[in-house]
Design a protein around this ligand. Structure first.
Ligand code: HEM
Length: 334
């Protein structure tokens, strides 16, 4: 067996010969096209790492697995935290992109049509694996229209795969916190008390919010993807997050919101850069450009229903103590 050799191990022969400038091929070399290609390739490598992490976390949550007493949740938090850190790097990388000016870009932009970041398969797979369903897409007619048929089929097939959001929903829904057997008087004082506190806290102009309680924790609604049972558990975790048994679950919910925030920051930086670069012109991928990206940025949050639950938090001092029996049961389970 031969020794491992750095250039071979990293397949640098492949990676470093994968920058083929379209402007060179067309006989009008544009200096900044090298940067344009390298930046996109760097993004795609990071997308690959992100998918590796997100896929492994989804696997941990598959088949009710994460309840086992084996540190799964800790691993999930750690890996998702890594994704958040990578997203920060991706946002900063826009600074390098912006060292190319609009005029520099014009030297080769037209040669790229109809290619576009909109055809990034890994970005689409990431959105789909996290929880963005076709139905909820901004401009869903356009979403796969620019893809090759095999890529289109690959994205469509993901509609049949449980998303991370759905797996998290199932994990939350099967938590036993509110089962009547754990509450000494046979009722569920915590939730009844909370509903009343929430109703009392509504101020003028928030009357419509009274219905929110029912939509979120009791009946559910067609637009919401987290079930009432999952929302009750998530709120419970958020309220009792200082209890050692809930700390890891709370961190996990937090890191999901960090991912949403990281993706939104990336979208916002990309959008600003695009505006500066091409103004109000349509994208090379044929979208309305800035308007499409703004619509996607505003509507493609994945975990925002978890953030919604902050509406129902109240002061720690009003929290009922956790029944000992419940604490014991949770310690045993997690
Ligand atoms: C000169 C720099 C860039 C310009 C002018 C630009 C422009 C655009 C435009 C106009 C769109 C909308 C689709 C279209 O009509 O083409 C788009 C989408 C997209 N671009 Fe860029 N882009 C640039 C750099 C990048 C970089 C460095 C990445 C990193 C991978 C990237 C990734 C994406 C992705 C993933 C989408 C789809 C976003 C979504 O569907 O929400 N772009 N870009």
């Amino acid at each position: 067996m031969s020794d491992v050799y750095y250039p071979d191990y990293l397949r640098l022969d492949k990676i470093l010969s994968a920058q083929e400038l379209e402007s060179v091929k067309q006989g009008r070399p544009a200096h900044d096209e090298m940067l344009f290609i390298v930046i996109h390739q760097a993004y795609e490598l990071w997308f690959k790492q992100i998918l590796h992490e997100v896929g492994s976390v989804a696997d941990l949550f598959k088949d009710h697995h994460v309840d086992d007493n084996n540190g799964d949740l800790n691993i999930a938090v750690h890996r998702m935290q890594r994704v958040v850190t990578i997203l920060e790097v991706l946002v900063h990388q826009m600074d390098v992109m912006e060292t190319m000016t609009p005029l520099d870009f014009l030297d080769f932009r037209d040669m790229l049509r109809p290619a576009s970041g909109f055809q990034s398969m890994q970005f689409k797979v990431l959105e789909a694996r996290l929880g963005l369903r076709m139905e909820a897409r901004f401009g869903k007619q356009y979403y796969t229209s620019q893809l090759r048929p095999d890529h289109k089929a690959e994205i469509e097939a993901l509609e049949g795969v449980p998303t991370l959001l759905e797996l998290v929903n199932a994990w939350l829904a099967r938590m036993p916190f509110l089962e009547r057997r754990f509450w000494p008087d046979g009722s569920v004082p915590f939730f009844e008390r909370l509903e009343k506190l929430y109703a009392d806290s509504l101020v003028q102009g928030e009357e419509a919010n009274a219905k929110l309680w029912k939509d979120i924790f009791v009946t559910g609604s067609a637009e919401r993807r987290l079930s009432p049972a999952a929302c009750r558990s998530a709120l419970f975790i958020m309220l009792y997050r200082d209890e050692p048994i809930f700390q890891q679950a709370f961190r996990f919910l937090e890191v999901l919101l960090d991912i949403d925030a990281g993706m939104a920051t990336w979208r916002s930086r990309h959008l600003n850069m695009v505006h500066r670069m091409i103004g109000l012109r349509v994208g090379t991928g044929g979208s309305t450009g800035k308007a499409y990206l703004k619509g996607a940025m505003d509507s493609h949050y994945i975990f925002s229903e978890i953030a919604d639950l902050s509406s129902f938090l109240f002061e720690r001092r009003k929290l009922p103590a956790l029944p000992e029996e419940l604490k014991g049961a949770l310690r045993f389970r997690s």
